[in-house]
Design a protein around this ligand. Structure first.
Ligand code: CTP
Ligand code: MG
Length: 335
């Protein structure tokens, strides 16, 4: 019934394109901000290389995957091959180095799940987390950035979805809801599934980029310049896609049996992945396969309580997109 309604209301839905695009535009970081991030990275590189000349710094996460909104913190990965020293020692040494250079709020969190050093640069005002040898994160950042270059609608949809998730309080992994990384993968998978498809499956195409990290082979097609017209047969607009995205997660996704997989560009069965029962803390109540760490379910943070919260939020969003006269306001109302 809802599908029929949508067809009838297509003109209504299309009237929402301008407000959605205006929200998207307002979230894009200014060029000036990018320049400041570069400036901070250069400073950190200089300090780090004095101590470890062969070490390298890489940006990852939203500051480098093109899904970052303005005024975000930056995520940095220190790649260092020195096998003799352990991570905690490196982090503590880094903290010392940064402190002596007048960086502020320097803190080494050596016991965190992902151990990091945090700092704030008083010159640019940017805060930053530095982790060590998280090379898979650097590579999945590249995969996301490459997808974003294929069709502009991915970045638009992901900005709207992330903005919705933050406004509604469902972007908090420590409270059992999903990470930004998981939401972007949901958007990529959703656009791979449209007919005609809006995005291809880069990991199923000819390999033009490959790297092996911790025995995991990461290979995909990265010459995305040649894919710029890939989605052009599909004319769906951003408002239709936002509508369909929430409709999918509210009413159409098979939570009991399905795993979404960007790696294969398809839906896999929980059965095939042996994700049918709870093992330890992994409950697999909503299943999102990591594109490289395929045993890793990004939905594993979700528990019995938070799955309800999430699904109610998807239903609320779908309802608003269907019936609310002013969805661009209602959708993002603080919870
Ligand atoms: N990451 C990962 N596996 C996870 C979560 C995160 O590999 N389970 C890596 C990804 O490279 C991701 C980065 O950590 O891009 C940062 O994750 P997250 O904070 O969820 O995403 P951001 O894109 O930085 O989003 P935000 O704008 O909310 O900071
Ligand atoms: Mg981040």
């Amino acid at each position: 019934r809802i599908l029929k309604r949508q067809m009838l209301c297509r003109n209504d839905i299309d009237r929402l394109n301008a407000p959605f695009l205006a929200i998207y535009d307002s979230l894009i970081p200014a060029e000036e901000e990018k320049a400041k991030q570069k400036q901070l990275l250069t400073l950190l590189e200089k300090l780090v290389c004095k101590e470890w000349p062969k070490a390298r710094l890489y940006l990852y996460g939203s500051c480098a995957n093109s899904f970052g909104v303005s005024k975000s913190d930056i995520d940095v990965c220190l790649a260092i091959e020195d096998a003799d020293i352990n991570k905690s020692e490196i982090l503590l040494r880094l903290a010392d180095i940064f402190q002596s250079d007048n960086l502020q709020n320097v803190q080494a969190l050596t016991r965190a799940r992902v151990p990091i050093v945090k700092l704030m640069d008083p010159v640019t005002g940017i805060s930053c987390d530095i982790c060590i040898n998280n090379i898979l994160a650097v590579i999945n950042t590249k995969l996301l950035r490459d997808y974003a270059q294929i069709d502009a609608r991915l970045r638009q949809l992901a900005f709207i979805v992330k903005h919705w998730a933050k406004s509604r309080g469902v972007n908090e992994t420590y409270q059992g809801t999903l990470s930004s990384y998981a939401y972007v993968l949901m958007c990529i998978h959703f656009l791979q599934q449209r007919r005609p498809a809006i995005l291809p499956c880069l990991q199923e195409m000819e390999t033009t980029y490959s790297a092996t990290v911790d025995d995991i082979e990461c290979a995909f097609f990265d010459q995305v310049e040649v894919l710029r017209n890939f989605g052009s047969c599909n004319k769906e607009t951003i408002s239709q896609l936002v509508w369909a995205f929430f409709n999918y997660w509210a009413y159409r996704h098979d939570y009991a049996n399905s795993v979404i997989s960007v790696r294969t560009g398809s839906i896999l069965s929980k059965h095939a992945k042996d994700w049918t029962r709870r093992i330890g803390n992994d409950r697999h109540l909503i299943c999102i396969e990591d594109p490289f760490q395929t045993s890793h379910d990004l939905g594993r943070v979700v528990d019995k309580h938070s799955i309800k919260v999430l699904r109610e939020e998807f239903e609320r969003a779908a309802y608003i997109m269907q019936y609310d006269p002013n969805p661009c306001v209602k959708l993002f109302e603080p919870y």
